[in-house]
Design a binder for this molecule. Structure first.
Ligand SMILES: CC(C)=CCC/C(C)=C/CC/C(C)=C/CC/C(C)=C/[C@@H]1[C@@H](COP(=O)(O)OP(=O)(O)O)[C@]1(C)CC/C=C(\C)CC/C=C(\C)CCC=C(C)C
Ligand SMILES: [Mn+2]
Length: 410
């Protein structure tokens, strides 16, 4: 199976894209700042800024203050804009499906069997790379689980471009071609079988292309950057490579019909789970990343703790390091806590895999503590027995019906 995945991400295939097609980004629009809760708001937002302009993309957003002065937004504010847009899209698309007058196209039998073969391939890849998660998807409805497999496979292939065995051949141009291919997937022109499964998925569910484009942007970031000045920069990276997964998944998993939570709050929780996972991943892999010349930890926080890159390369667990790590772990846990509130709002059959992944990933933080914060030479991992115990706990949690704990529409 690894061979199959390697083949699908080989640079020669990536280069088969059709010319450069600049991604279409969001234009100017009005933003209602009263919705912007749960996030660290800067002073301008607190003062009630009513208009926000996004120039091009999440990358370069500017805010207009009441006095007309332009200022840059924090990454959290920029990303929250995407969350609002995703939530609005889902609401609009769900409404328009209710009003459908034209019957959906009836697929030809030959195409149907090809498609089902394509989904089978996605299922195999997912089972091979993410066993526990794969098991969890078995509780979902067949339509939902195959859609999640298709998205998983696209994310895995995208990550493999910069993290896999062919990573050294990957250029920004190859990522541009991968993005062209993504546009083709969304326009119903898939390049290969695995793309065909995703093409079908995005035609069946209200999934928007923006989080997919943003994940590719995260891969570009990985190519050009190996240091993060502060948490704001790191947050944006985490959104690109992992928060996006949360936004892609919610339209498939569905929100429980009896949930009273706003769509925005559920998307916000999904984003938080992606951020929490990625922060945990970074804390787990400090040593491994340093050996590749990468330090994802915020440089200003390292400096405040009296630490530098050299301390990381030296890989010595000191009291300074322990206290620095305690704060980083605390921050990741806060994102997990924020995510927890949202899982209960998901449709009942989707809750178990999400709880399972949350509980399992969060335990990596406990393991880093148990390793006395030695994430330089010891890889924190959750043992099989602990994993097994987590599964019924996740299942029990998934039985809890939606509550009104999340902020609801006024
Ligand atoms: C149930 C569930 C978890 C669904 C998500 C399924 C899905 C589409 C996963 C794709 C994951 C993927 C391959 C992402 C590519 C980028 C990447 C590798 C991100 C890192 C994942 C961990 O992978 P791993 O440990 O293998 O890392 P290495 O490559 O070995 O370094 C990440 C840390 C992030 C993954 C992010 C998520 C799984 C987000 C989950 C959020 C949701 C499913 C939303 C749930 C909804 C609510 C309301 C909470
Ligand atoms: Mn990775």
């Amino acid at each position: 199976m690894s061979v199959a995945l390697l083949w699908v991400v080989s640079p020669c295939e990536v280069s088969n894209g059709t010319g450069f097609l600049d991604s279409v980004r969001e234009g100017n629009r009005v933003f209602d700042s009263s919705r912007h809760r749960n996030l660290v708001c800067n002073e301008r937002i607190k003062r009630g800024v009513k208009q926000r302009w996004n120039f091009g993309s999440v990358r370069s957003a500017m805010v207009a203050t009441p006095t007309g002065e332009m200022a840059t937004m924090t990454s959290e504010q920029k990303v929250y804009d995407v969350v609002l847009k995703q939530a609005a899209l889902v609401k609009r698309q769900l409404r328009s499906t209710d009003d459908l007058e034209v019957k959906p196209e009836i697929p030809l039998p030959g195409n149907l069997s090809l498609l089902s073969e394509a989904y089978d391939r996605c299922s195999e890849v997912c089972a091979e790379y993410a066993k526990t998660f794969y098991l969890g998807t078995m509780l979902m409805t067949p339509e939902r689980r195959r859609a999640i497999w298709a998205i998983y496979v696209w994310c895995r292939r995208t990550d493999e471009l910069v993290d896999g065995p062919n990573a050294s051949h990957i250029t920004p141009q190859a990522l541009d071609r991968w993005e062209d291919r993504l546009e083709d997937v969304f326009s119903g022109r898939p390049f290969d079988m695995l793309d065909a499964a995703l093409s079908d998925t995005v035609s069946q569910f209200p999934v928007d292309i923006q989080p997919f484009r943003d994940m590719i942007e995260g891969m570009r970031m990985d190519l050009r950057k190996s240091r993060y000045r502060n948490f704001d920069e790191l947050y944006l990276y985490c959104y690109y490579v992992a928060g996006t997964v949360g936004l892609m998944s919610v339209p498939i998993m569905g929100i429980a019909p009896d949930s009273k939570a706003t769509t925005e709050s559920v998307y916000n929780a999904a984003l938080a789970l992606g951020i929490a996972n990625q922060l945990t991943n970074i804390l787990r892999d400090v040593g491994e990343d340093a050996r590749r010349g990468r330090v994802y930890l915020p440089q200003d926080e390292l400096a405040q703790a009296g630490l530098s890159d050299n301390d990381i390369f030296a890989g010595k667990v000191t009291d300074k390091w322990r206290s620095f790590m305690k704060k980083q772990i605390q921050r990741a846990r806060k994102f997990f806590d924020e995510a927890e509130e949202g899982v209960t709002q998901l449709s009942s059959a989707s809750r178990w895999p999400v709880w399972a992944s949350l509980l399992l990933y969060r335990q990596i933080l406990d393991e880093i503590e148990a390793n006395d914060y030695n994430n330089f030479t010891r890889r924190a991992y959750v043992s099989k027995p602990k994993k097994l115990i987590s599964l019924p706990i996740a299942y029990a949690k998934s039985l809890v019906p939606p509550t009104r704990t999340l902020v609801t529409s006024s």
